[in-house]
Design a protein around this ligand. Structure first.
Ligand code: SAH
Ligand code: DHB
Ligand code: MG
Length: 217
């Protein structure tokens, strides 16, 4: 069953969130930091954060790359699932968002294992070296096809390609929607579906989480 909309969870989604993804005080603080600074409330849901943790734990992730930090909400979920000594590198081009995230990671006692890279992902990604255990794409949608290529370059075999908003508010199946963001998300989903080195699907959580595993060898 799919939720009626990204921010209108169905009762069973709320059941999952209540049982498996309750927020602790730190997560609430991170949320409050974002609200106090008037950041857009477009972070992942708690249930989606927990799904990220399940997947990252399954592969024993130590090095994760995030594109689109916002106030650090998803980053806290991700960083908490890293193995000891693991690191999250997260890219953010908006200085106000990066500042809020810095405060959030400090409040969550995660400053030591998170590196915020301030800049445009289109420019930052080509400067990064492989390899990462997982890449979580959650920034602008227009550049998703470019992020796909960079992610495949950076991921290790057995690593996870993760992407938020794979449904883009349902727009990916709206034939009347030819906006650049929607077309880019469709292209990205097609790239992930067709790539011979990826085993991929979209999990219908919130606005769709694309999950691909890069083949080994
Ligand atoms: N992952 C966050 C939500 C990210 S919202 C969470 O769930 O908590 C998208 C973020 O991507 C915004 O903060 C926006 O400023 C950033 N962004 C958009 N385009 C970008 C780009 N080209 N490079 C880096 N960051 C970008
Ligand atoms: C929006 C939601 C997101 O999760 C995101 O990553 C970017 C934008 C939105 O609702 O506009
Ligand atoms: Mg998103």
């Amino acid at each position: 069953m799919t939720d009626p909309g990204p921010d209108r969870p169905a009762p069973l989604t709320e059941y999952v969130a209540r049982l498996f993804a309750p927020e602790d005080e730190v997560m609430e603080t991170v949320r409050e930091i974002g609200e106090a600074r008037s950041l857009p409330a477009i972070q992942i849901s708690a249930a989606e954060g927990k799904l990220l943790q399940v997947l990252l734990t399954a592969i024993g992730a130590r090095r994760v790359l995030e594109v689109g930090t916002l106030g650090g909400y998803s980053g806290v979920w991700i960083a908490r699932a890293l193995r000891p000594g693991g690191v999250l590198v997260t890219i953010e081009r908006d200085a106000r968002h990066a500042d809020a995230a810095e405060a959030a990671f400090a409040a969550a006692n995660l400053a030591d294992c998170v590196t915020i890279v301030r800049g445009d992902a289109l420019e930052v990604l080509p400067t990064l070296e492989p390899s990462f255990d997982a890449v979580f794409l959650d920034a602008d949608k227009e550049n998703m096809p470019a992020y796909f290529g960079e992610s495949m370059r950076l991921l290790r075999g057995g690593g996870l390609l993760l992407a938020d908003n794979a449904f883009w508010h349902g727009a990916v199946v709206d034939d009347d929607d030819a906006s650049t963001g929607t077309q880019a998300m469709r292209d990205f989903n097609r790239q992930a579906a067709a790539h011979p080195d990826l085993v991929t699907t979209i999990v219908p959580v919130r606005d769709g989480l694309l999950v691909g595993v890069k083949r080994v060898g």
